[in-house]
Each structure stands twice: as structure tokens, then as C-alpha cells.
Design a protein. Structure first.
Lengths: 135, 574
């Protein structure tokens, strides 16, 4: 049987995460094909309901790639999403979803390798956790 | 959310010079042609080449297509140029999408079959996303060639002159009774052999006489509002009435403060501050004498007890050490933790000082001072010799000890930050929008920062900064119009509850609360039909389109024009 390939949704900040994702591509890093990249203008654009909806609609894991703290081009975008994630964690705990399914990763534009590494590590973690029970 | 049925999508497949040939083969083209709403699917070897783009420009709207999807490389590289292509044929730039199957698929997924499946999924999603697009207009506002410069120090003066020379009218506001500021304390430039004062006097004279510059002295800032093209600064000359000064852009050059360093030093005529040293050098004839007429033979500069991250002291100490050594034949010691030479030409100056015999002494523990026969004995543990085993304690018997003053953020910074909506980090200096990319710009479009309000800097650097900020203002105002895309957030006044969340979270101070909405869903019974409810409004010229307010709004009254919730939901598979 083929190993379970977890579906990962990655929200990528246009200013850092998406460029890093591009760089991972340019470097030819291998990424799981079950990765969906969503480009957002700033991590602050991501609402808590986007995160919850992503999990509800069958994503096994959600990753957010934002700028490093105090390095956000919109000053507070990455902090806003961090605060919203805390709220989402609370809800996830209540409904019995593992905390590992949602993660924020601060990257810079030249962190292509880190991007690929994070996605692959997440993929491994989720494989261990098993599919999203909401599905 | 389903897309409207009458949209017609043209798809262009870019093989990126053969890099995607294995992925975007005939089978894929047939698959794309079969998708709903697709009217045409063309393929091209290299769309990002000049010829490719030319060809694409002519064919974007072929077959009556009103939107286009380009399948190929990363949107980061080509999106902007692809978007602009359609303009000539009447296709709105924001009706063009780029599906990334190169960086996102071809180069990261090894297995060809899986890559093809993934590419199909991405293309399908992008095509249905294209159905949700709506055109975004390009707008322009008139900006008058008027600017307000706040601060009458050397930076404000330099910036005002640079602006006035670019035919921009300037109102120069200063709290002080006269323009001038602290620069007059300097005797000489470090990077050229000139005296500062004649140059400075000429600058002040030019500002007061320039027909384009209106100087207002002894005024206090009372209010600040507006946006690019129409900033309104309320000022008051304390006993007088309030007055509103208008300008299209604002340049803040309010400077920093200086306090004497008193830590561990006793009051003695041998201790002088750097400005006093400069004055002594300016007034000195052939020989340098102290107040009692005794000649000064040994001078010690003590650096880095305060201001460890600021390079002004280093520059001034090396500059003055050279003068003392060269013109007055003094023995000069510079006692410091580090000599900061990261200034233009500073390394050369430092070298020259060493060659002339200026002694640089490095310390870790602060030096100790004692009085010996009317001279100051500076005891310092020299650390640069530590590598040889022993540590030497030097006793420097000095006629004059120059103690640096402490540079602190201006006490006005807090007020300015609150009034102008500029972030104020813990250190107390006003912050640029982005320290790497937009250095002299504040977070509000049309507001610029220069000089000591950002960080204390040497005269030469501050002048450069003033010119940079002035050229930023000139760039915005010189055409008389400012053009921008309406790719911004927009608030539906009918849904706005005036909770003031969005003006609070907006990093660019682009949201104001206005009394204009005819009604609100939260309207309370008892008010008449003509009651006007206050609602928030995004100032489109100020908005950077980050979308923070959109996801913060509790009533979901805000939409981001270039990335609506519907588009994100589509990707999430809702």
C-alpha cells in the first residue's frame, strides 16, 4: 500500500514565504505533491476562519510562512496571525484536533531550503499523526 | 461561491524555453481546452522574452476573452509585466492571473505523472479563480506642489532648500525662536577642510530669503490629519490662534536631544564637552590655551562611556585630534572601546591620525579620573595589548579631557509618534517603514523622516538623509498627479459598526472614521432616517493592500479588492 500522503495547505506571505517557496523550486528541492500553496499579500491577511476552514475541508496540516518577527513589511502582520493562531489552537484543542496540524514558520526571502525542510518535516509529522479526523 | 457563467477566459501556456515541455504537452492543452469558460488555449515557447510578450499583448483579448490565465513560471517574476500587457487592448491588468507550474510543480516534483496531476489541479483552480476576478481601476489624484517640513535644524533647512530648488513650495515649521538647531556648534566638517559656520550662515540666509520657503518659528504642533496630497498640520504660536498649514507631503526632521554626561565626573574646568572643544578650536589662534591662559599640551578624548552605538563622537574626536596634533602641537589620546570608522572617508582619517601620532587606547573597564596638580589623571586599563600576556594600566596626565555628551531621543518624539501615527519602538526614535527598502519613508505614504528623529547622525550623514527624503518628496509631487491602483481594502459603510478595530490595526494609518454612511446595520431605533452614522473609510492613496484590516474586521465589512475571501475559499476547497 502506498504511504499516506498528507494534504498540506501553506499560506505564504507574498513578501517572504512565497519568494522562499519559489526559491525552493529554483533550487530543485523536492516537495510533496500534496502541498497547496496559497499566496497572500501579508500573513496578516489570514483570518482564523481560513485556518479552521482549511482543517474542516480536509487539510491534514496547515502551515503559515510569514516574515520574521519585527521584519514584517506591514509592521504587525506576522504578529496578528500569531495572535489569531492562539485563538485557533484553543478551538482545535476543544474539538480534539492535534496542535501539530497548524504551525507558523518565520522565513526570509532567501530561506528556500528552510521552506522545503519545514514542509518535509511537517509531512513526516503528519504521517505519524495520521489523517485529519474531521475528513 | 460560483463564478459567473458569462466570463470568457483565454489561457496561454508558457513552456519557459522548453523547461516545461514535458509537463505542458498536447494532452494538457486538450485538458485545458475542455475546462469550463475557457475560450482559447494558446501555447508559446517563451512568453517572458520580449518577442513573447509582444505576441501575447496582441492576443490577450482574442476571441472576446475578458480575462486571461498564463500557465508557466512564478508570478513573482512576471506577474507585473504580464498584467500591464493587456492595457493597450483594454484588458484590465488585474484580470490576468499566473498559474505557477514551474517553481511550484515541475521543479519540485520528480515523478512526471504526479507532476502532471498536480499541474492539472493548479491550473483548474486558477481558471476557476479567474472567474471570480473583477477589474481594478487605476486612479489618480492631484497633488499640489506644496510640502511641510517640520523641524528647523540643519536637516530641515537642507531638505527645505532641496525641495524649493525643485520648485516645491515649502512651509518650514520650528518650535525654536530661530532656525538653526545644533549644527552651529560644530567648527569644522570632518570630510573637508572647511569651517562649518560660513557655510551654515549661507544656508540659513538662503532659507529666509527663498521665495518658495515660508518659515514659521516658535510654533507648536497641535494636530495632524489627511493623506497624500492633502495633509493638514494644525499649528499654534502659543498665545496666538490655531492655524492650519496644508501640504501634499510632510517631511519630519525634528532632531534628537543632547544631555551632558555626568556619570562619574566631577566639576572641573579640565573637563569639557565636545561643543566646547569645537568652540575652543574655532577661537584658538596659534596656540591653544585654557581659561587661565595656560597652554594646553595634552588632550584626552573619552568615548563610548555613553552613545556606544552612535558614531558621531568617534568622527568628531578623530577630526579634532587631527587638528590639535597638526595645528597646535598637542599630545592627543583617544580613549575608547571602539573607533567607529563606518563613515565615508573615516578610515583614511583614522589612519592619518595614527600616522601623526594620535594615541588610541582601548578599554573594557571605564577609565578613572583623579586630579593631580591642576591636571586630570586618566587611569585606563589598555586592552589591545592583552594578547601579549600582560595588561598595562596607563596614566594619562591631561590638561583637557573631552567627555562626550549623551544623545537621547527628542522629548517630542512621543508626541510626534502619537500625532502622526508613526510607530515608536522602545529606543524612542521614530521608525522607518522598512529599514532595508524604504529608509527615509515613514509608514504613511507621503510622510518622510530624516535626521536625528530617526537616529543621531553626523552632520554629513544627516545632510545626505535630508536630500534623500527631499528627493522622495519630489518624486511623489513633481508630476502634479499621483497614480495608484485601487488594489486596496474597501469598507462597506452599511456594515461598519464603528468599532475602531481597523484604524487601530492598520500599519499605515490609512483608515479614518468618517461621518458619511447613511445608515448602519447597527442603527438604533429612535434615530430619524436622516441620521448619519459614522463609518470607517480606507484612504486609497495610503493603503498598501496588506489585508490586515480585512481579517481583523469583526463584521466582515472590509474586502480586499485583489484577494477576496471568495478567492481564498476557492483554494481551500470550500
Amino acid at each position: 500500500m502506498e504511504p499516506f500522503s498528507p494534504r498540506i495547505i501553506a499560506f505564504c506571505c507574498d513578501k517572504s514565504g512565497y519568494v522562499a517557496a519559489d526559491m525552493a523550486g529554483k533550487l530543485g528541492m523536492s516537495l510533496p505533491e500534496s502541498l497547496d500553496v496559497i499566496r497572500v499579500p501579508c500573513a496578516g491577511r489570514i483570518d482564523s476562519f481560513h485556518l479552521l476552514k482549511a482543517l474542516e475541508n480536509g487539510a491534514d496540516g496547515v502551515l503559515i510562512f510569514a516574515c520574521h518577527e519585527e521584519n514584517c513589511q506591514s509592521l504587525t502582520g506576522n504578529l496578528m496571525v500569531k495572535a489569531r493562531m492562539d485563538y485557533v489552537y484553543e478551538i482545535m484543542e476543544k474539538i480534539g484536533l492535534e496542535r501539530e496540524r497548524l504551525e507558523l514558520c518565520n522565513v526570509a526571502t532567501n530561506n528556500g531550503a528552510k521552506f522545503a525542510e519545514t514542509v518535509r518535516r511537517k509531512c513526516e509529522d503528519l504521517r505519524r499523526l495520521g489523517p485529519n479526523p474531521v475528513k | 461561491m460560483r463564478s459567473s457563467d458569462d466570463c470568457r477566459i483565454a489561457v496561454f501556456v508558457d513552456r519557459c524555453g522548453g523547461a516545461l515541455s514535458h509537463l505542458l504537452d498536447e494532452g494538457m492543452i486538450t485538458y485545458i481546452r475542455g475546462l469550463p469558460q475557457v475560450v482559447s488555449c494558446e501555447q508559446h515557447e517563451d512568453l517572458s522574452s520580449p518577442q513573447g510578450r509582444e505576441e501575447l499583448a496582441g492576443r490577450l483579448t482574442e476571441g472576446g476573452a475578458d480575462r486571461a490565465v498564463i500557465v508557466g513560471g512564478s508570478p513573482k517574476a512576471y506577474e507585473v509585466s504580464f498584467r500591464r500587457l493587456g492595457l493597450a487592448t483594454g484588458l484590465n491588468p488585474y484580470m490576468v492571473l499566473v498559474a505557477n507550474v514551474r517553481e511550484g510543480v515541475a521543479w519540485v516534483i520528480r515523478d512526471d505523472e504526479r507532476a502532471r496531476e498536480k499541474a492539472k489541479a493548479i491550473i483548474t483552480k486558477k481558471i476557476s479563480e479567474a472567474g471570480l476576478l473583477s477589474p481594478i481601476l487605476r486612479k489618480q489624484v492631484e497633488v499640489s506642489k506644496e510640502a511641510v517640513v517640520i523641524g528647523g535644524g540643519v536637516v530641515g533647512i537642507r531638505a527645505a532648500l532641496a525641495l524649493a530648488d525643485a520648485h516645491i513650495g515649502v512651509t518650514l515649521l520650528t518650535r525654536a525662536r530661530n532656525i538653526g538647531g545644533k549644527a552651529i556648534q560644530l567648527a569644522h566638517f570632518y570630510d573637508r577642510p572647511d569651517d562649518v559656520s560660513p557655510w551654515f550662515m549661507e544656508q540659513v540666509e538662503r532659507v529666509t530669503e527663498h521665495p518658495k520657503i515660508n518659515v514659521k518659528t516658535s510654533v507648536q504642533l497641535r494636530g495632524f490629519e489627511g493623506y497624500l496630497g492633502d495633509y493638514r498640520v494644525t499649528i499654534q504660536a502659543p498665545p496666538g490662534k490655531r492655524e492650519v498649514v496644508r501640504g501634499s507631503a510632510v517631511l519630519l526632521a525634528s532632531g534628537h536631544d543632547v544631555v551632558p554626561n555626568t556619570g562619574g565626573i566631577f566639576d572641573h574646568r579640565c573637563f569639557v564637552s565636545p561643543p566646547r572643544m569645537e568652540a575652543m578650536l574655532r577661537d584658538a589662534g596659534k596656540s591653544l590655551v585654557n581659561e587661565k591662559g595656560k597652554p594646553i599640551k595634552t588632550v584626552t578624548f573619552i568615548l563610548d562611556l555613553v552613545n556606544e552605538t552612535i558614531k558621531i563622537d568617534s568622527a568628531n574626536a578623530v577630526k579634532n585630534a587631527l587638528l590639535l596634533r597638526g595645528n597646535h602641537d598637542c599630545t592627543v589620546y583617544v580613549v575608547c572601546r571602539d573607533v567607529k570608522v563606518s563613515l565615508d572617508g573615516m578610515e583614511k582619517l583614522y589612519r592619518k591620525a595614527r600616522e601623526l601620532g594620535v594615541v588610541f587606547v582601548k578599554y573594557d573597564d571605564p577609565p578613572r579620573f583623579s586630579l593631580v596638580n591642576g591636571q586630570v589623571n586618566v587611569e585606563v586599563k589598555e586592552v589591545s595589548t592583552r594578547v601579549m600576556g600582560d595588561e598595562y594600566t596607563l596614566s594619562i596626565l591631561s590638561d583637557l579631557v573631552v567627555m562626550s555628551e549623551k544623545f537621547i531621543p527628542s522629548r517630542d518624539n512621543e508626541m510626534l509618534a502619537a500625532l502622526l501615527g508613526i510607530p515608536l519602538p522602545q529606543e524612542g526614535y521614530l521608525m522607518d517603514d522598512n529599514p532595508q527598502f524604504t529608509q527615509v519613508r515613514a509608514n504613511r505614504r507621503g510622510v518622510f523622516l530624516a535626521g536625528g528623529c530617526r537616529h543621531p547622525e553626523t552632520l554629513e550623514e544627516a545632510l545626505m538623509e535630508a536630500e534623500a527624503a527631499a528627493s522622495g518628496v519630489t518624486q511623489l509631487l513633481s508630476r502634479g498627479i499621483y497614480e495608484y491602483d485601487l488594489a486596496v481594502a474597501e469598507i462597506d459603510p452599511a456594515k461598519c459598526a464603528t468599532c475602531l478595530t481597523c484604524p487601530r490595526v492598520c500599519p499605515h494609518s490609512a483608515i479614518v472614521v468618517e461621518k458619511y454612511a447613511p445608515k448602519s446595520i447597527y442603527i438604533t431605533a429612535g434615530y430619524g432616517e436622516d441620521f448619519t452614522w459614522r463609518a470607517a473609510r480606507v484612504l486609497p492613496t495610503q493603503c498598501y493592500g496588506c489585508g490586515i484590516c480585512v481579517s481583523s474586521c469583526p463584521t466582515k465589512a472590509i474586502t480586499l479588492k485583489h484577494l477576496t475571501d471568495a478567492e481564498i475559499s476557492l483554494h481551500l476547497g470550500i
